[in-house]
Write a protein that binds this ligand. Sequence first.
Ligand SMILES: NC(=O)c1ccc[n+]([C@@H]2O[C@H](COP(=O)([O-])OP(=O)(O)OC[C@H]3O[C@@H](n4cnc5c(N)ncnc54)[C@H](OP(=O)(O)O)[C@@H]3O)[C@@H](O)[C@H]2O)c1
Length: 323
Amino acid sequence: MVKFGIIGAGKIAHQFTKALLGINEYLYAVASRDLGRAMEFAQIYDIEKYYGSYEELLKDPEVQCVYIATPMSEHYKNMLDCLYAGKHVICEKTFTLNYKEAKIVCNLAKEKGLFLMEAMWTRFLPTIQEVQKVINEGMIGDIVQIESFINLRLDLPLESRIFSKALGGGALLDVGVYPINIANLFLGIPDSFDTEVKFAKTGVDSEEKITYFYPHSHATLYASVINNDKKDTYIYGTKGYVHIPGFWSTETAIVFNNHHKIIKEIEHKHIVNGMEYEIFEAVKCIKKKLIESPIMPHKTTLDIMRQMDEIRKSWDLVYPTEL
Ligand SMILES: NC(=O)c1ccc[n+]([C@@H]2O[C@H](COP(=O)([O-])OP(=O)(O)OC[C@H]3O[C@@H](n4cnc5c(N)ncnc54)[C@H](OP(=O)(O)O)[C@@H]3O)[C@@H](O)[C@H]2O)c1
């Protein structure tokens, strides 16, 4: 069994823990910057070891794989520390603040022969995998357009991580990375792009529309942390289309022909909360001694980081600590 450790005892760490324990994987340790929070977290889930600093967890030789659940601004340093300590790594999205940081981390993982994966859980969902299969088999013909919406009105104060420039906040890195992954998964790297953006008072983006242009198709991607509009992905082909409701965590997708008649319904209920599929993948790869996942390889993460750099460059949005 792979012995997991978690660093950062915030919101998503709880979800990951539930998924990990729900599939009977081994959560051995948790670390927080605050010993009391680590202890509380460990007590809730009956975790053997808890630490009041990330460094202490990384010194524990029993920890084999670390799940990083900290804000974006911390990922680069956290990943380097984990890899130098000889640990395999699963790091939450968005992987780093920019391409340069991501490249250094991926190179180090290769050099050390350690497994490293961005926790882009959407890619591992069985429903998304089946949509890929259906499209590859030609059920909707050639893709001509994608529309992907992630509009989450989070109702968070401007002091929250999501709006903090120092912590790598903003709609693009927090949620825009999901529709960008959808475009990348089904259409690859765009030839060019166009954007419209709205900024929060703190200087980070609060919502955007991004259009990706490809030789024979385009993708329109919407991301927001201030409105509660659509949350769907539509993939339109020459012979039909696929509708994926709540696409980033989806259990279902519906395939239609061009006459709007349902031709296939896809459903895969989560075993726990959907995060279990990325854990299955990581465990499988670590057991096979792979350093990257074939489903979410380093190249995919790097391609996406580069696209996000270009988008931010067009907005003059620079994070204070990015390399
Ligand atoms: N997969 C998903 O569906 C999903 C959903 C939400 C978020 N995420 C990702 O998960 C990561 C964490 O998001 P979250 O919503 O869980 O955030 P959060 O609730 O704010 O938790 C982040 C944790 O990081 C730690 N941390 C380390 N350095 C920090 C700093 N300088 N400032 C603040 N916190 C710091 C803190 O834990 P300690 O004090 O305990 O060390 C904090 O509780 C982000 O990368 C986010 O994109 C993924």
